[in-house]
Design a binder for this molecule. Structure first.
Ligand code: NAP
Length: 491
């Protein structure tokens, strides 16, 4: 890299982005952003007030009509330009994410690739918003179906994938012709601010995207959600916050997209290729230090291979290097903060107290930063909290099963339904599980499913709607139906 951490941080805006201008907050407050690997402040930025939030709605509402009528090709080209700029600055965005969120640099580079693909994909989708025209069944009229931008959209993103969670919402909103206000998490706002500057350079007109950063997310968001000019709320985050936002959105009858929590089962059958299953498990569990909504939360392994699987996973886990994400060879960076360490540890200690076997890890790492040892637990007792809650940390939990029906029952025994992973060589069994596992996505003999070209999303308490794929742009489009008389006058 040809730049230092200090140079990069100095280039990141520290103000709010409203109506195409970088403006100070009216609150007079500021937010300190920390490096979770050291606990030190890396940058101080503006802390938006309620008034700033409404100013952002003003800006988005003001340009909605002009942006919505901008040629799709123009919208698409701006996204493509942003994609190209992001490739040029991939090292900068990767380092910025590692600094504010802690993930290893190699994974942060992977997120730049993944997050960037939403810009390219939706840049291409912008010119493919099609409708239909047809004769009504009676023959007395012509039916036209067209798609129009929903309108000003409020996009709320979490801290765990600072770039990809933003581009997965911003790109389809822009492609569809919607203006937006984006609110990143207080813990990782820098990537979104830097990305807004990139969009500015890519030629996005003033007011189309506005960024507010705040330490009082509930207080600042509620009036935005209640504002009659807002037409859409898209949220990625935890299920409890999603429920609160759904209630708020109901007052204004907003279109909503909800990408919420997960509790992914990872099912390994006795006929699975165990090498591939272990490789898949390492990806599904340890990507992002276990802090992914798609992270495998429960390993459900056939009793005849459970010990072998546990031994192989433990051997692999013992090879993982813990450290600051910027250091070479580090696979396990810090968790996002000490609260996340406390939560993971409480779940691990509860499982052990109830009778689980600790195979490796099992405690926090002393010294600076919010580190937790990669951990493997087997023989988890049913009813343990760790099987019910999102761990959001580097902890493998293994339970065993005897037959397919039991595996399905265990896998579905959760309020969540985001993603499942299944490893089997039996095609018919794989096909049965596609239909019997209640999740919006499935990895069949693979440990990662995310792709900009695919519809990402969950069922049950994991959410509503899909991001990515040809479905993703429709989250930002209304369907309008028009009937016209038979132009032949009823011949
Ligand atoms: P979170 O606490 O729900 O926060 C998510 C976002 O909502 C943040 O920007 C947060 O801002 C904001 N927020 C919190 N309370 C709010 C309120 N009352 N009104 C408006 N905004 C509010 O979740 P998180 O801890 O950041 O993220 C982890 C969760 O996200 C996990 O449950 C994970 O599974 C889920 N997730 C889901 C997906 C998916 O696609 N399904 C993807 C990634 C993550 P502040 O933090 O600044 O308060």
């Amino acid at each position: 890299m040809t730049f230092s951490e200090a140079d990069l941080l100095a280039r990141v805006p520290d103000k709010l982005f409203i109506g195409g201008a970088w403006v100070p907050s009216t609150s007079g407050r500021s937010i300190d952003v920390y490096d979770p690997s050291t606990g030190l402040v890396i940058k101080t930025i503006a802390d938006a007030s309620v008034e700033d939030g409404i100013r952002a709605v003003d800006a988005a509402a003001e340009v909605q009509a002009s942006w919505g009528s901008t040629a799709p090709r123009v919208r698409g080209e701006i996204l493509r330009g942003a994609f190209d700029l992001l490739q040029e600055r991939a090292d900068e965005f990767a380092l910025l994410m590692t600094l504010e969120m802690g993930k290893p640099l190699a994974e942060a580079r992977g997120e730049v690739t993944y997050g960037g693909e939403f810009l390219r994909w939706f840049g291409e989708e912008a010119v493919r918003i099609s409708g239909r025209y047809g004769v009504n069944p009676e023959g007395s009229g012509r039916m036209i179906v067209t798609h129009l931008p929903v309108g000003p959209s409020f996009l709320i993103t979490p801290w765990n994938f600072p770039l990809a969670m933003a581009t997965r919402k911003i790109a389809p909103a822009i492609a569809a012709g919607c203006t937006a206000i984006v609110k990143p998490a207080e813990l990782t706002p820098l990537t979104t601010l830097y990305f807004a500057r990139l969009l500015e350079e890519a030629g996005l007109p003033a007011g189309v995207l506005n960024v507010i950063t705040t330490s009082t997310s509930g207080e600042v968001s509620a009036p935005i959600i209640a504002d009659k000019r807002l037409r859409k709320l898209s949220f990625t985050g935890s299920t409890p916050v999603g429920r609160t936002l759904l209630k708020q959105a109901s007052e204004n009858v907003l279109r909503t997209s909800m990408e919420l929590g997960g509790n992914a089962p990872f099912v390994v059958f006795d006929d699975a290729d165990l090498d591939k299953a272990v490789d898949g498990a390492m990806l599904a569990k340890f990507r992002n230090i276990g802090q992914a909504c798609t992270a495998a939360n429960r390993f459900i392994v056939h009793e005849s291979v459970a010990d072998e699987f546990a031994a192989r996973i433990t051997a692999r886990v013992n090879e993982l290097t813990i450290g600051r994400g910027t250091d070479d060879g580090v696979a396990i960076g810090p968790l996002i903060n000490d609260g996340a360490v406390d939560k993971a540890d409480a779940l691990v200690q509860d499982a052990i107290a109830r009778g689980a076997t600790l195979l490796t890890g099992g405690s926090r790492v002393d010294g600076g930063g919010s580190f937790y040892q990669p951990t493997v637990l087997s023989g988890i007792v049913p009813g343990s909290d760790i099987l019910r809650e999102e761990i959001f940390g580097p902890v493998v939990t293994i339970v065993s099963f005897t037959d397919e029906a039991e595996a399905v029952a265990l896998a579905n025994d959760t309020e969540y339904g985001l993603v499942s992973y299944v490893f089997t060589r039996d095609l018919a069994r794989g096909q049965r599980l596609i239909e019997s596992l209640a999740t919006g996505m499935m990895g069949l003999n693979v440990g990662v499913v995310s792709n900009a070209a695919a519809p990402f999303g969950g069922v049950k308490q994991s959410g509503i709607g899909r991001e990515g794929g040809s479905e993703g742009i429709h989250e930002y489009l209304e369907t309008k139906y028009v009937l016209t008389p038979d132009p032949f006058g009823g011949r």
